[in-house]
Design a protein around this ligand. Structure first.
Ligand code: IMP
Length: 205
């Protein structure tokens, strides 16, 4: 398990219960002929994301999914880092406004924290770290990251996507991520970038 040639596996389990991520990652992996199975098809117990880094949390999730499914597993840990907030909400993006926070709660708190901060200082990035384990005991996981820089708007715009999408401006397009078509988001996003890096690693490019 510690060495050996790496290729794109025919089937992987996706270690996430977040339907927004399942949709995006399945669309991207499907294009490369990889069959994606949701971890909800297996008995994967919920895990606590106790890591202080995106990488640690991605590994925790991928290991649990590989163990519960017996398949290679890919986990995504992602979030929004805002420069003016010292990188917050960061690894706590999903729980920014509390353990049971909704996307609306988190977005409201983000706007409150940035109240009075001018547009020129509202920069940040969506960050994604993907971890892939060939099996639960794989001692050599692959970790890849993707960054998508932009800025936090002063009010939500658009209906698409999930999470912080309505508040995240893509400066080159002048639109929020929630105003992009899913296919457009999938060519630009932090997840798409991390997945591109993972594919390149697996194919040896
Ligand atoms: P995780 O499930 O612990 O990785 O938490 C990810 C959280 O980061 C989500 O609940 C969202 O709040 C945020 N997030 C990650 N990716 C995106 C995205 O593509 N759009 C908007 N929010 C995102």
């Amino acid at each position: 398990m510690g060495s050996g040639r790496r290729t794109l596996p025919p089937r992987v389990v996706l270690a996430t219960g977040n339907q927004g991520k399942v949709r995006e990652l399945s669309a991207l992996l499907g294009r490369w002929g990889v069959e994606v199975v949701s971890q909800s098809a297996f008995d994967v117990p919920p895990v606590e994301e106790t890591g202080e880094t995106f990488a640690e949390n991605a590994l925790i999730k991928a290991r649990a999914a590989a163990l519960g499914s017996g398949l290679p597993a890919i986990a995504d840990d992602s979030g929004l880092t805002v420069d003016a907030l010292g990188g917050a909400p960061g690894v706590r993006s999903a729980r920014f406004a509390g353990d049971a926070a909704t996307d609306a709660d988190n977005n409201a708190l983000l706007l409150a924290r940035l109240a009075g901060v001018p547009a020129s200082e509202r920069g940040g990035a969506f960050v994604c770290v993907l971890a892939m384990l060939r099996a639960a005991d794989d001692p050599l996981p692959i970790l890849c990251e993707g960054l998508w820089r932009g800025a936090v708007l002063e009010a939500p715009r658009g209906e698409g996507g999930f999470g912080y999408d309505p508040l995240f401006l893509v400066p080159s397009l002048g639109r929020s991520v929630a105003e992009l078509a899913p296919a457009e988001k999938n060519t630009l996003s932090h997840r798409a970038r991390a997945l591109g890096a993972l594919r390149a690693r697996l194919l040896g490019r």
